[in-house]
Design a protein around this ligand. Structure first.
Ligand code: MYA
Length: 337
């Protein structure tokens, strides 16, 4: 898909206030790490994640998604009555029903004409949401829309630590639960609209591929995630490589042509291997995971927002948004700043 009429009008993120260092988690898990003969600094050393953030106890995904939404609407400088759709893309939800989107919609005081729903696709959902809003703008169905996300890793992290402290836990169980300890919390939102009169930053859309034969490599519930980390890394890198090739073939992409690669943030190993396999300049990849961990679908928009906030983006910069979600699904899309 190549959009001609879609712009990012406003983007914003929120960092959760509480820093939870990996060292603290390793300290709590010391009896298990020692009993299983694992290094005391395993989490920091293997994943490259030094700390992650958490919200106050009791904060709901909709609370922080709406706060990020409010900031993105302000940044876009539009009247919220012009928003034709809100898509909430969090993995975390307030309830099974109603949708988190409708609570965000209510918190933001959006009009009755603004359609709203949740879109779930693991860590890929935010970019999928951008695509859906982009499609509706491109065909003239709406003038503008908003994608929101609020993730809270407090419950799965706490429950996983509690479970792993059970003296009956063996190495296999520990390894299957390890990825849960890499999760972090955060929120992001983006307003997209028609780019008439050269408003905003252009969102061009991109390419997608699925590899659903790997749908059971990483599965989560509200209180924890079970992951085959080795197989997921191998299958994820394979899918990312094929998706990149599709972008090369269909969109004429080349590694040299881009100024920034905004990638899904999982761990040091994933980022290093991803850059190596695709031949990307590692200097063009902003690394969120060391300080914030894996914030799921919020990771890509948070990095884009942080780059913009830091003044690291110049007019005309070509930015690749590269997402991959458990399932597995992969999207690579382009923004021209
Ligand atoms: S799902 C979220 C998935 N998240 C993770 O898997 C994060 C955690 N994983 C990692 O950090 C790496 O995969 C690890 C392996 C470090 C696990 N439990 O050389 P190694 C030890 C405990 O074999 P690597 C999502 O986001 C091992 O014993 N310890 O490891 C959606 C050794 O220790 P020692 C473990 O292969 C989909 C050390 O680590 C475990 O380099 C994402 C190193 O061992 C374990 N399970 O990394 C798809 N495993 O030295 C991914 C190993 O003491 C896509 N160890 O013996 C990838 C592309 C990303 C960008 C894409 C953009 C499009």
């Amino acid at each position: 898909m190549h959009f001609e009429h879609v712009s990012i009008l406003g983007i914003a993120h929120l960092d959760a206030p509480h820093r939870v260092p990996s060292e603290e988690i390793e300290g709590r898990l010391a009896p298990t790490l020692s009993r299983l003969g694992m290094r005391p600094d395993l989490l920091r050393d293997a994943s490259g994640i030094m700390t992650r953030r958490m919200w106050d106890d009791g904060v709901q995904p909709s609370d922080v998604a709406a706060r990020a939404g409010e900031l993105a609407i302000a940044a876009a400088g539009i009247d919220r009555r012009d928003l034709g759709i809100l898509i909430n893309t969090s993995v975390c939800r307030d309830y099974v029903e109603p949708s988190t989107a409708c609570i965000v919609h209510s918190n933001l005081g959006l009009p009755e004409t603004c359609m709203n729903f949740d879109l779930g696709n693991a860590c890929l959902a935010f970019i999928n949401g951008m695509d859906m809003v982009g499609n509706m703008i491109e065909r003239g169905q709406i003038e503008a829309g908003i994608v929101t996300n609020g993730e809270s890793s407090r419950l799965p992290t706490e429950r996983t630590i509690e479970r792993l402290l059970d003296p009956a836990v063996d190495e296999e169980t520990f390894r299957a639960n390890f990825a849960t300890l890499t999760l972090g919390s955060g929120a992001a939102a983006m307003v997209l609209g028609r780019n008439d009169n050269d408003r905003g930053r252009r969102f061009l859309g991109g390419v997608n591929l699925a590899a659903t034969e790997h749908c059971r490599l990483c599965y989560g519930q509200v209180d924890g995630m079970v992951t085959d980390t080795r197989e997921l890394l191998v299958a994820g890198l394979g899918l990312a490589g094929r998706t990149w090739q599709k972008a090369v073939d269909e969109l004429g992409w080349s590694a040299e042509a881009f100024d920034h690669f905004v990638i899904h943030q999982v761990s040091k190993t994933h980022s290093d291997r991803f850059a190596e396999i695709l031949g990307l300049d590692p200097e063009k990849i902003y690394r969120l995971y060391p300080e914030f961990g894996n914030i799921g679908p919020a990771g890509v928009p948070i990095v884009l927002s942080k780059l913009a906030e830091a003044g690291s983006l110049s007019d005309g910069d070509r930015i690749a948004l590269m997402g991959i979600g458990s399932g597995l699904n992969c999207t690579m899309a382009e923004v021209i700043w």
